[in-house]
Design a protein around this ligand. Sequence first.
Ligand code: ASP
Length: 334
Amino acid sequence: MTVFSLGGTIASTGGAASGVRPQLGAAELIEAVPQLHEVAELETVAFRQIPSGDLTLRDVVELAAEITKRFAAGASGVVITQGTDTIEETSFALDLLVPGPQPVVVTGAMRNPTLAGPDGPANLLAAAQVAAAPEATGLGTLVVANDEIHAARFVRKTHTSSTAAFRSITPGPLGWVVEGRVRIAFRLPALETDLPSAIGAHEIPPIALLTSALDDDARLVAEVEKLGYAGLVLEAFGGGHVPAHVVPALEDLASRVPVVLASRTGGGEVLRSTYGFPGSERDLLARGLIAAGFLDGLKARILLSLSLAAGADLLDVRTAFRQVGAFAFPAGVP
Ligand code: ASP
């Protein structure tokens, strides 16, 4: 089993005076957890050593290629350690980029190794136990933290410091780890799209992410194209609503670039057929916006970026969102 380290709190040390920074690589991380050697034979790769906010989608594409190589050579699972700040995005990108069925398990820590009760070693051990578990095969990329197993498609970081920061608000965690046993309570349908795996060296286009807010006139919508963005993900109110006066700018933009409608609530899925007022989900979808389904804005942005990087046209993007964000919702269903 390979452990790739990317930096983050789990790898951060230093003095109280100057603050901690990512300084430990995978080899040092596994040294602190002797029980890991009972789980699998380990290879370590210090892939990056940075705060996770400094990672790029290109880094993740390169990591996915390394993982795919190992799977092709017979590896049965991999673990990635990284900063938790962007884990909900990197794990979902890996989910799209690494063909299964072997488990890819991403973990991190909320308390760095200089604090009392750091959670990194326990998270790393649980992540390796999941990556080695036959039950985890076919579940795509997983995030393991605080002894819970989350699907990359749903997990969100919901707290700045709690070790229970990770939540899958809509379905709950897929399972848990107890006394080293991996329990999977339910399985998700396989993530069905082969679009993004074709990215290679293609440019990854910038995608804007905006959130609707009370009494904001959304003037940034009109700037999206001028600023060079190739598309927009809008985290709208509730089930997918915006103020009526914002509709013309969104419709205009959606006639030229993909505009994806997500919800700012962080749970549930975008509605399709309930409300009829101007700026409602029915109105916006009829004007060409693409429903994000159950993907939140951050994950919808990853899917749109990788789809466009793989050469998707507008129809392909619609298909990708139906496949990934709605469990392959049949075309033609509203
Ligand atoms: N606070 C972050 C972490 O939990 C830092 C980062 O994301 O790199 O690892």
